[in-house]
Design a protein around this ligand. Structure first.
Ligand code: AKG
Ligand code: FE2
Length: 270
């Protein structure tokens, strides 16, 4: 069992973050826990949460077939209901959505955060776990640290996207299932006493000719294309990331038996 980021071994990932700041990696991170019980032990979870906070995501691979991903996710944060009111959403291509922009087909998805089109606070963390990887080389999930990107922009652009509101709409596939929503939000919402929330969808955020928002979107997506982390799925993999900070996308694939499950989570347990 290893925790990796973009193909790094867990040890390398830990070393990488040690260089970045004051993260202390305990003994648990350098041992190799294999059972559910070991992975859920307080010391291992503390290390995983440190890694998650430091890099914005955590990818665990090599998990056993009897691993309970939902129970493991609940150790990080409480589950939240999804579009259909259920806690587990299956991401598997369905021919009825083939012509839509939707996660439930085999096409690529553009960079987005989850639930940009919801009123109120989106899920703070997202989990994907792998039931069946695709047989082909596609279907990789990609992650990109948007808050880091925004922090390096001109302060005038940072102010613009944290003051002006934009309209967000659900993807056409969600609308076709009569589950669609719309909401107006700032792209980078700064909150008193709370972490900022980044909301973005390359496809489903109306720019209406707003040149600053258009330039911002293009620049961020260009950067995404060069700087993203690839998650190449193996069976039973577990991926959790910070949805206030990280954009995700997916490349297209052929194998219609690819199946991931998705969970939405609230604030991280301390
Ligand atoms: O299929 C994927 O890799 C990601 C799908 C996605 O963006 C989602 O379910 O939110
Ligand atoms: Fe998504």
């Amino acid at each position: 069992m290893t925790a990796i980021g973009e193909g790094y071994s867990r040890k390398l990932a830990c070393e990488m973050f040690l260089h970045q700041g004051d993260l202390t990696v305990s003994q648990a991170a350098t041992s190799t826990p294999t059972s559910q019980e070991e992975l859920q032990s307080p010391s291992v979870l503390t290390t995983y949460k440190q890694l998650l906070r430091a890099q914005g995501y955590l990818h665990l691979t090599g998990l056993p077939d009897n691993f309970d991903h939902v129970m493991f996710a609940e150790q990080f944060s409480p589950l939240q209901p999804q579009y259909d009111g259920r806690f587990i959403w299956s991401i598997k291509a369905d021919p009825k959505f083939d012509e839509h922009y939707h996660s439930l087909n085999t096409k690529a998805l553009n960079p987005h955060t989850e639930c940009y089109e919801f009123d109120g606070t989106p899920p703070e963390y997202l989990v994907l776990y792998c039931v069946k990887p695709p047989a082909d080389d596609g279907g990789k999930t990609q992650l990109f640290d948007a808050v880091d990107f925004v922090g390096k922009l001109d302060t005038s652009v940072q102010s613009y996207i944290s003051e002006r509101e934009f309209s967000f709409v659900s993807s056409s596939g969600i609308q076709a299932s009569s589950l669609g929503k719309t909401a107006r939000h700032k792209i980078y919402e700064k909150r008193n006493g709370g972490r900022p929330i980044l909301r973005f969808s390359y496809n489903c955020m109306e720019r209406n000719g707003d040149q600053i928002a258009e330039d911002f979107s293009e620049k961020m997506v260009d950067q995404f294309k060069t700087d993203h982390k690839y998650i190449r799925w193996s069976k039973n993999d577990f991926l959790i990331w910070d949805n206030f900070r990280i954009l995700h996308s997916r490349d297209a694939y052929q194998d219609r038996t690819r199946e991931l499950k998705r969970l939405w989570l609230g604030t991280l347990h301390s």
